[in-house]
Design a protein around this ligand. Structure first.
Ligand SMILES: Nc1ncnc2c1ncn2[C@@H]1O[C@H](COP(=O)(O)OP(=O)(O)OP(=O)(O)O)[C@@H](O)[C@H]1O
Length: 927
């Protein structure tokens, strides 16, 4: 049955429903009918399933089938809606647009808002601590004209990206061309964690991108450029100009950036279409540059546990968990942004550090500032809710209480900046600037006065039941309230009078919403009821009556009550609108408050954890004395601090060996984390730190597989490695942990060695690298590669025991101590003893082989390489020649193709003999 057919036969209400569904076919429609939001058909089935509510039927559909129906009470929408949106559904709210009591005929209904994950503002859907971004991604990639290309970027496709947080009004976008554009996009996804992404349809072909978006639970909305790209860009540009009331986008930094404009335009369009209202509070879109920040790709964010730990993906034991001492939601969101996007400009970083120093030294001021901050609510989101008409009088009180704190906050800041300059203590230009900017806002006292004058201190949650507005604010309201109040007094007197008149002592005058005012008499006293009582209702133990006199009074009361509630709502709306008209100023204020909060939080964390102020410059040095891992030091007793010295000449490539569990990964991570902290503006866990600004950190740590993406552990390792090798540069820092571990020893060792050489010689300059490995033979490279230095983590061996000293020291180690670690881990002693025996055998054999190099070598050579560093050198070359021999590859192929099930034992034996002979010959050739 077509929609048109359905329409012609449907009831008037269902006609409205079908029209709504047609308007938003991809959304679940919540259709308001009286006290319920109803859903029908497939929507009802989905909603009943997802919300675990009853699915019923509502008569028959127009084509005679049962019509599924599921409904939720209107007042419970705040419980149910978030659950659907968090599961990635779009929900269209279709409201009654007029008062049913006053409507002539059927009530008008229409969709007032479409709630989607990326455009939600409801506090039950989004969290205080993080922004809620709607992202858009556009590209010049055209799958039809680029058919021959394997990747979108082969001939320099351009990408545009944008992010909008409707709940705070932040909006920014950029454009870029890159040899690995998808990696860049994925990094941005990891940084901003959008809830929803509007994606140009051609880009949906990129598996990597789609997998990552899915992994990050990003809801995807695709769009296609129906017209030519240039026409679409023009339209987007004109929409943006109109929205921000500017005549050109150049001033916002978008000159010539068509794909950024397209991304921003599509974002705005989607926001307007779903919100169905003016979005005046969105701040003018900003062009941002990716190169202005330290690039931390998604793997690095994960490996360094900046926002989440790798154990359970929670915030505990993450860097943000250690550093977050913020008191306000804008502060906690800003801290997250600063950690995800540390700076690269040493001057800007130093400004932040100076502010932290000033706050750290002035404990009293910091204490007072934090007291003020702790009374400040999420004012930027409060004002967004006011603009949406989604707020209540309590929100106004929260806003007022927040605004009340500003003068005190300002005075405290003024004193701090002033006292510093007078006594020539640490002077912070940043704090002075924040102080100046806050002082310029003069709206705060006006708004807080207005709210205080109009709204009572403890208003109810609902806005439709009165009790919100202060007495004496409106004479009209006072009059209505008096009328209602006088009448209520009248009722009390009426009750007393009637008791006397009738002699019924327990006669009661009561009220309920359905029947209005009544006189209640118990059955025992029914015979005393006077004649003028008119029966109204029978109840369990008596009768209810009214009199014309009571009826008249009732209508007076109800009219006055109705009128006063309506008037209160009107006043509330006016105040809210007035506050909303300062949305831009309130957002700017929230940002400044956020800054003070984060700087105080850094100071607080520095004191609590004994951090020091790092020095930042533009050199290529990293000097850290007694550095610590900010998270491990919290969970490990007796954490041993370590030094680091890196530069671009002699100590650029640190090759770190040491037993399992010695602390190699911890050491490498702590260096990267100290850099992230320093460049975010935080003090760092060390006794001294001087850091030449790093502009990108690459990490390849630990084994994990990407089964969803169809990649093995080793494949994942190689993909990440390829990215690092292709895209790293002089100002980067690379952390590589046990490269090659995921494959056979021959392959692994060869790859590891080639990687060391490649990075060391990259662009003839090399890249600052920390490289942890179990291939001890690599340490021989120190003699060949001038910027490479060996380090190892010291242990002390006493008998069968191993003491981890956790100290990094120059030079190479010569043992793996794997068996010791196995013992520590509780591997049965028999196995450990046997392993020790085997190791001895291998070591002995290696000594014999060392003496007579012409002797045959077997596949056990693998083990020799691992356990005998002395054998590195000539042997390595032989092994390399051996494993690189093309016939080895052929042999592998032959083995793979063998159909063992269809071979006789004799055939198998002959094959073995043949292979053995071939290997013997190849070994001879390799010598
Ligand atoms: N500097 C330190 N002081 C005290 N304890 C430490 C230190 N560094 C590491 N540890 C402890 O040692 C444990 C192992 O550290 P880590 O994982 O860094 O070792 P590893 O050498 O990388 O091991 P593997 O080679 O097996 O991966 C950590 O979980 C931590 O508890």
């Amino acid at each position: 049955m077509t929609t048109a057919d359905k329409m012609s036969q449907a009831t008037p209400a269902m006609k409205q429903y079908y029209a709504a569904k047609e308007e938003c076919p991809d959304a679940l429609v919540f259709f308001r009918m009286g006290d319920f939001y109803e859903s029908f058909g497939d929507d009802a089935k989905t909603i009943a399933r997802e919300l675990e509510i009853t699915l019923t039927n509502r008569g028959k559909t127009e084509d005679g089938k049962q019509m599924p129906l599921a409904g939720i009470p209107y007042h419970a929408i705040d419980n149910y809606l978030p659950r659907l949106v968090k599961k990635g559904y779009k929900v269209a709210i279709c409201e009654q647009l007029e008062d049913p009591k006053k409507a002539k005929g059927i009530v008008k209904r229409g969709i007032v808002r479409v709630v989607t994950p990326g455009t939600a503002i409801d506090s039950s859907i989004i969290t205080d601590a993080a922004n809620n971004y709607l992202m858009a991604l556009t590209s010049s990639f055209n799958p039809d004209s680029d058919k021959k290309k394997s990747k979108a970027n082969d001939n320099g496709d351009v990408f545009g990206i944008s992010f909008l947080d409707i709940s705070t009004g932040e909006f920014f976008g950029t454009q870029f061309e890159d040899s690995a554009p998808y990696e860049k996009v994925i990094s941005e996804v990891a940084r901003y964690r959008p809830a929803e992404c509007i994606l140009q349809d051609a880009l949906m072909q990129n598996e990597l991108l789609m997998n990552r978006l899915e992994e990050n639970k990003v809801k995807i909305e695709s769009f296609s450029c129906a017209k030519s790209v240039s026409t679409e860009v023009k339209k987007c540009e004109s929409d943006l100009l109109k929205q921000f009331k500017v005549s050109t986008l150049e001033g916002l930094g978008f000159s010539g950036s068509d794909y950024a404009i397209l991304a921003c335009g599509k974002t705005l369009d989607y926001a307007l279409k779903t919100q169905m209202r003016e979005l005046e509070h969105i701040q003018p879109v900003q062009f941002y540059s990716m190169s202005k920040h330290l690039v931390l790709d998604s793997m690095t964010l994960r490996n360094l546990e900046i926002i989440k730990n790798t154990r359970d993906d929670g915030e505990n034991y993450s860097l943000i968990h250690v550093l977050d001492k913020t008191k306000t939601p804008p502060g906690s969101r800003l801290l997250r942004n600063w950690l995800l996007r540390p700076l690269v400009d040493s001057v800007e970083i130093t400004e932040r550090l100076n502010a932290v120093s000033a706050l750290k030294e002035n404990s009293l001021s910091r204490y007072d500032l934090r007291q003020h901050l702790s009374n400040i609510s999420d004012i930027e989101r409060l004002v967004s809710r006011m603009i949406y008409g989604n707020s209540n009088a309590r929100d106004l009180i929260s806003m007022r209480n927040s605004l009340f704190e500003l003068p005190g906050l300002c005075a405290e800041l003024n004193q701090l900046c002033g006292s510093n300059s007078k006594s020539n203590k640490t002077e912070s230009a940043l704090l002075s600037q924040i102080c100046d900017e806050i002082s310029q806002f003069d709206f705060a006292s006006e708004l807080s006065d207005l709210i205080s004058k109009t709204i009572v201190d403890e208003p109810p949650i609902t806005v439709r039941e009165g009790k919100m507005i202060q007495p004496e604010f409106s004479a009209e309201l006072d009059e209505l309230r008096n009328a209602s109040g006088d009448s209520k007094e009248w009722i009390a007197e009426f009750q007393t009078g009637e008791r006397e008149r009738t002699g019924i002592k327990n006669l009661k005058v009561g009220y309920n919403k359905v029947f209005g005012y009544f006189i209640e008499v118990t059955n025992a006293n029914k015979h005393l009821v006077p004649e003028n009582y008119i029966r109204k209702q029978t109840v369990a133990n008596g009768e209810r009556y009214f009199t014309p006199e009571l009826k008249e009074r009732e209508s007076l009361i109800l009219t006055a009550d109705d009128k006063s509630v309506a008037l209160e709502y009107e006043i509330f709306r006016e105040v809210t609108e007035h506050v909303s008209s300062y949305a831009k100023e309130i957002q700017a204020m929230a940002h400044l408050i956020g800054k003070i909060d984060v700087l105080c939080s850094f100071a607080e964390a520095a004191i609590e954890n004994n951090y020091i102020c790092p020095q930042l410059d533009d050199s290529l040095e990293i000097l850290i004395r007694d550095g610590r891992h900010p998270i491990v030091e919290k969970t490990t007793e007796g954490f041993v601090p370590n030094d680091t010295e890196m530069d671009s000449t002699e100590n650029q490539f640190l090759l770190i060996t040491g037993p399992n569990m010695a602390g190699k990964s911890t050491y490498m991570r702590q260096i990267a984390m100290i850099i992230v902290m320093a460049q975010a503006g935080s003090f760092v866990p060390a006794a001294f730190a001087k850091i030449g600004v790093v502009d990108r950190i690459f990490t390849r740590i630990g084994a994990h597989d990407d089964l969803a993406g169809g990649k093995s552990t080793f494949m994942v390792e190689m993909v990440e490695l390829a990215n690092i090798l292709n895209n790293s540069g002089e100002r980067n820092l690379i952390l590589l942990d046990e490269i090659g571990r995921g494959t056979s020893t021959y392959d692994g060792y060869s790859i590891a060695k080639a990687v060391v050489e490649y990075i060391h010689n990259k662009d003839k300059k090399g890249v600052r690298t920390l490289f942890a490995t179990h291939y001890h033979q690599l340490t021989a490279l120190e003699n060949k590669l001038k910027r490479l230095k060996n380090f190892h983590i010291a242990v002390r061996e006493t008998g069968n025991d191993l003491v981890f000293l956790r100290k990094i020291v120059p030079g190479a180690t010569d043992k793996s101590y794997g068996i010791h670690v196995a013992r520590l881990a509780g591997v049965p002693e028999k196995v450990n003893e046997r392993a020790a025996e085997i190791l001895k055998e291998i070591e002995n054999e290696s000594m014999i082989e060392d003496e007579s190099r012409s002797k045959k070598r077997s596949a056990r050579y693998t083990q020799l390489l691992l356990f005998d560093p002395e054998s590195a050198g000539a042997e390595e070359r032989i092994v390399e020649k051996f494993i690189e021999h093309p016939e080895i590859e052929e042999l592998k192929g032959e083995f793979k193709d063998l159909d063992v099930n269809n071979m006789t034992p004799m055939q198998a034996l002959l094959k073995l003999e043949e292979v053995k002979e071939k290997l013997r010959r190849l070994e001879e050739e390799s010598k």
